[in-house]
Structure formats: structure tokens, C-alpha cells
Design a binder for this molecule. Sequence first.
Ligand code: SF4
Ligand code: SF4
Length: 431
Amino acid sequence: MQTNLADFIKDSPEGQEADAILRTCVHCGFCLATCPTYQLLGDELDSPRGRIYLMKQMLEGEPVTQKTQLHLDRCLTCRACETACPSGVRYGRLVDIGRGIVEKKVGRGAAAGAMRYALRQTLPNSKLFSSLLRLGRGIRPLLPGSLKDSIPPEAKEMQLAGAWPPARHTRRMLVLEGCVQPALAPNINAATARVLDKLGISLIKAENAGCCGAVSYHLNAQQEGLDYMRRNVDAWWPYVGNEMEINARQERGGVEAIVMTASGCGVTVKEYGHLLRHDPAYAEKAARISELCKDISEILEAETQVLANSINSLPVNPRESKLAFHSPCTLQHGMQIRGVVERILIAAGFELTVVPDAHLCCGSAGTYSILQPELSQQLLKNKITALESGSPTCIATANIGCLMHVRGGTSLPVSHWIELLDERFVKSAHA
Ligand code: SF4
Ligand code: SF4
């Protein structure tokens, strides 16, 4: 596609990046069929190609209106269009850049701005989120319907995190605790620590690490998001170091990977190197952090045979005998990790059902379920129908946002897949 970017943006790093992305789009439309919002709304401007065209017009200096903002807001950033695109258009980066510019040009009304500010203040702050969640759950019975529905009730299987094994192995990995996950599902990281401990790897936490930065970054507070990223780089660096330092550190118990148990965080941390590439103080360190960042499925993929050998003699919990796996968009499209979790679960003895349209988003998409509730609920309904179509006894996923969202639409138990593996691999071995 030919472009002619306007003076206000063409010489900036963002402008140059957007220009390069726009030029790769050949307008073929292969991405349309895979786009969830185009499927629901049938409007070209709610498709990847339509949004790319809107962003091109804006970057070329055409007037920007709230209509432009609406079509970009409706995008889930699921990146299914990237998977479908034969030309390798990096749509996710383009829409982040485009949204930032629309926000500056059009702004937000007071109520919408306040809602976004509140989300940015609350979600990344795990202590504040935890206190508000406790308070919300306490007064939940007194709240009206829609407000009540926005507060997730405490699920029985998530109340107890269980024991975190002591760091006793030479092989060590860091884990990102994240922001909302410790309050909503503390068992996920504890289960990961137990599974890795069985494989001879100790999982440790860095005290000052926190939110990965995705919430702020995707709500167009990009500098704030980058600050969260810098904070994590600082928190992890003493455990990591450069290539030479790491060899010395590993002998003293340094880490070989930074493990993500929420694919929404993983996709962001893997982009730290790119997002901080123009920051001279952080560029190199951030690139190293991204290199070391691994989704838990990538770590366990290398151990599949060990898992299979250890697990196959163990009994399967009937509750988990037939499993529907929901692969989050951040896992299958963002990180391009497809089929890995499924292979691990099958090797571990689980029976997986076939899930139609598995490439489609469940409608969680970070803060999308709060900011675009109608579209989000339609997508959830479709996703639950697809997940339940194979008559599973439980559902598993790989991201805390999807987990809570899917749980809101079904009566089946919904867990992180690592919790099921932990149940089978660690707990049942002790039963
Ligand atoms: S984003 Fe890719 S698939 Fe979509 S129109 Fe452009 S080149 Fe074609
Ligand atoms: S990111 Fe998802 S919702 Fe947005 S344009 Fe691409 S496919 Fe459609």
C-alpha cells in the first residue's frame, strides 16, 4: 500500500514504524473472515482492513472524528488478523500507535475518561485491587444486578493456593506474579511452582516486580505502561544480567528463564525489547528480559516425555476426564504458540474435546469486557457454545482474564491448565 504520512508524524519513531506496517498491507482482505468484530457487526470499518484504512487516513492528516475512535475502540486487539495475514502485517503494533494518536486528537468525555483512569489506577495495583475485591465480595449481595455481575464471586477451587515448594534446586526460574492474578487465582503460580519443582526447577519471585504494563499501555497511557515495564526490568535484572554475568550467576543460583502463567502478560513482556528500544538506559536490558521470557507451556514442552512417563500410571479425576481447552488470543495469535498446551495435556492423559472456531476471542481482551460489554457478552456466548459443544466435564485456559470471563458464562468448572496438571502430576502422586 502506498502511503504519504503527514508532517506531524512522519519523522517520529512511531510514524516510521506505522508507515512500514501500512506499506506491508496489500488490501487482500484475507483477514476479514477471521475478525470477531467483523463477524458480529458486518461493517468493513469494524474489520482489520477497514481499521487499517482509517489509521492510514489519520496518519496522512485527514480529519479524525469520534467515529474513527469508535471503530478502533471496538477492536479487541485479539490479533487473529495477524495469524490470517499472508503479508505479515503487524496489526497489533499499528493499532496501539493509531489509538494513541486518536486519543490525543479526539480525547474522551469525562465519564469515559474517568472510567479508564480508574481502571489504570486499580488493576495494576495488586494490593488496592485485592482490597477492593474483598470489599466488593463483602457487599455483593446488596448490589444491583449489573454491578453484582462485575464482581467475580470467590470460586471454591481458587480459595487455597496450596504450598509453594522451597527453592531447593540449582535450576531456577523467575515467575511474574502479575497484578490481578494473585487476588483472583493465587493457586495458578503455586501450582506452577509445584509442577516445576517435580521437574527439578525452583520457581522464585522478584520482590519488586508487578503489573507487566499492558493495562496502561493498551488504555493509551503508553508512558505509564512503559514505566511499569522499566520497573519490572529493574526488579528482574539482579537475577538476570547480561550473557557473561548469567553464566556466573547461574553458578550462584541465577535464573534461566522468566516464566509467565498469564499469556496476556507473556505477550507484553516478550515485547519489552521492542517497546523500550529507544530508551538508552533500558534498551539492552529489556531485550534480554524479552529473550528470557517464556510462557509456561514453552518450558513444559521440553519436559513432555518426563511428564507423560510420570503421569500415565496415575488415576484421572473424573471431573477432569474430558476437557475443553480455550486457547487465549494472546497465546495463539500474540505469541503464536498453538497446539503446545494441547499436546502437553494429551501427553498427560487428558481427553480433549474438539472446540469449533477455536481461533475466535472469548470477549475478555483485557479491559474490553468492561469497556465494550455488549460485544464482549456476544462473543462470550458464542465461545461458551463452542466450548460446551463437545460435552466436556471441565474447561481449561491459559490466561487469568479469559478464565474469569469464561467462568462467568458457564456452570462447568474453569481452571488454568497448569492447575489440572498439578492435580494430576503432583497432588495425585501423593494421594
Ligand atoms: S492486513 Fe493482511 S490480510 Fe488484511 S488486508 Fe492487509 S495484507 Fe490482506
Ligand atoms: S485484532 Fe482482532 S478484533 Fe481487531 S481487527 Fe484484528 S481480528 Fe479484528
